[in-house]
Design a protein around this ligand. Structure first.
Ligand SMILES: Cc1cc2nc3c(=O)[nH]c(=O)nc-3n(C[C@H](O)[C@H](O)[C@H](O)COP(=O)(O)OP(=O)(O)OC[C@H]3O[C@@H](n4cnc5c(N)ncnc54)[C@H](O)[C@@H]3O)c2cc1C
Length: 430
């Protein structure tokens, strides 16, 4: 007969098992082992309720937002042990990964060098849809309207020509005939790109986060990183929930990146942005399948843009693409200023979309993190080869999330990438 442990002993066993001494022993034991799946995840969940200690991982990603969800997704798929730390909930609506739609297009007026990255991004969004079983990308077509010499029409034409992308140029008469929803000055012409459309950020985030978790990554919400320090073995990260160690750290802090950019050769400017949703007077012209994703020049260098109506949020969404009031992620006023926030959008509806000019349903705020030249910054940290930084996405980064995730995985694991990103390096500011 096997001997039974007297019931009275169980509380002592339990206390011993979860005592600090045993915990320290366990953590020491797994210290240099990769934290991935199975035991790693169990330990993570066991100890996340108090002070946390973790095994050293291959990569820590600071900020599980747009780029910081895509990076662990790609890292985990390559078998790396990865820990993502997010100061807020995963996901949340205080940064730049909410709002139900983000425009995606290939004929990139900002710079033709983005086109190869966009080709890869489209392919990776399609792949993410297949693996997650969720609809992320809507190819509604992208229609850009403005004077013949508007920067985004000439720029889109330049990018499309350089990379042999299909597009149509529309005269003002063709614009009126094919897209009667819009009222435009008579000298406005159109540039139509069939492959363009929008990505749903909430679904994209979920797909990346869940894919990363299922792939073995550990992602922790409500863990705020307070400092990082390069050590002889890698990088040590301090947080409000304990210290963590990794061979490599990826900083994807979005609008909080200025807090991390001391000593870097550029300054980031965070701006408060808004979107509005309106219930149109007539619905049919604005339906998904009828209205393309659109952009109208309002003044040189900036413009209104919007999306067809979609299932995730009632109403017709539009916004103004130009840097708003300068602020910081910590001090931004997220309250709605009815007069100031609604007025420019109402002007666009009155002037360009009269049948869409219905009741206001919602106004929401978001943050742009603008680099000095409006282009992204993806590079090694100048003081350490073990730290990679990706920031300054300047209000147009979301569409690139999967390819940026892939690039960050390359840089963290291999120290280099085959993607053509030299034009995004920090050297341009030196
Ligand atoms: C109004 C608006 C409209 C936009 N429209 C488009 C569009 O149509 N198409 C497009 O491609 N792009 C668009 N963008 C831009 C795009 O959304 C951003 O470029 C992109 O989301 C930036 O991603 P990110 O990872 O840098 O930031 P985020 O997604 O905000 O992620 C950063 C994360 O880091 C976390 N973090 C920061 N500091 C810490 C810390 N110390 N510890 C732990 N976590 C931390 C934050 O909490 C946050 O979750 C738009 C942006 C806005 C605001």
């Amino acid at each position: 007969m096997p001997r039974r442990v007297p019931l009275v002993v169980y509380p002592f066993l339990k206390n011993a098992l979860f005592s600090k001494v045993f915990k320290d022993f366990l953590i020491g034991w797994i210290g240099e082992r990769p934290l991935r799946g199975g035991v790693g995840n169990w330990l993570a969940s066991r100890y996340t309720s108090g002070i946390m200690s973790f095994a050293k991982v291959d990569v820590i990603v600071v900020g599980v937002g747009t780029m910081g969800a895509a990076a662990p997704y790609h890292l985990a798929r390559r078998g790396a042990s990865v820990l993502g730390l997010e100061q807020h909930a995963i996901p949340h609506t205080l940064g730049a990964h909410h709002g139900f739609s983000r425009a995606i297009r290939s004929a990139y007026y900002e710079h033709p060098n983005y086109v190869p990255l966009l080709k890869r991004s489209f392919a990776l969004w399609d792949a993410l849809e297949r693996t997650s079983g969720q609809r992320v990308l809507y190819r509604t077509g992208g229609l850009y309207m403005g004077p013949e010499d508007a920067a985004f029409i000439t720029g889109a034409t330049r990018a499309a020509t350089a990379h042999q992308l299909p597009y149509e140029r529309l005269s003002s008469a063709q614009l009126r005939e094919r897209f009667p929803q819009f009222e435009l000055p008579s000298h406005y012409t159109g540039f139509l790109e069939a492959e363009a459309g929008f990505v749903v950020p909430e679904i994209a985030m979920n797909a990346h986060v869940e894919g990363a978790l299922r792939g073995g990554a550990t992602l922790l919400g409500h863990v705020k990183v307070t400092s990082w320090q390069v050590t002889s073995e890698g990088v040590r990260i301090e947080t409000n929930r304990g210290a963590f160690r990794a061979k490599h750290v990826v900083l994807t802090a979005g609008a909080w990146a200025p807090l991390w950019s001391a000593g870097l050769p550029f300054a980031l400017k965070v701006t408060r942005q808004t979107w509005g949703w309106f219930w149109p007077k007539v619905l049919a012209p604005f339906a998904l399948g009828t209205l393309p994703t659109w952009f109208i020049e309002s003044e040189p260098g900036s413009g209104y843009y919007g999306f067809p109506m979609m299932p995730e949020q009632p109403g017709l969404k539009l916004a103004l693409h130009q840097p708003g009031t300068e602020t910081t992620a910590e001090s931004v006023d997220r309250r709605i200023d009815l007069a100031g926030d609604e007025a420019p959008l109402r002007r666009c509806l009155e002037g360009h979309l009269p049948e869409g000019n219905g009741h206001l349903l919602a106004l929401r705020t978001c943050l742009y993190t603008n680099s000095p030249d409006g282009h992204f910054i993806i590079d090694r940290h100048p003081t350490s080869a073990n730290v990679t930084i990706a920031c300054g996405f300047s209000g147009h980064g979301f569409k690139f999330a999967p390819v940026v995730g892939e690039i960050l995985a390359d840089l963290a694991l291999l120290g280099r990438t085959d993607h053509p990103i030299d034009f995004l390096s920090m050297d341009r500011f030196r």
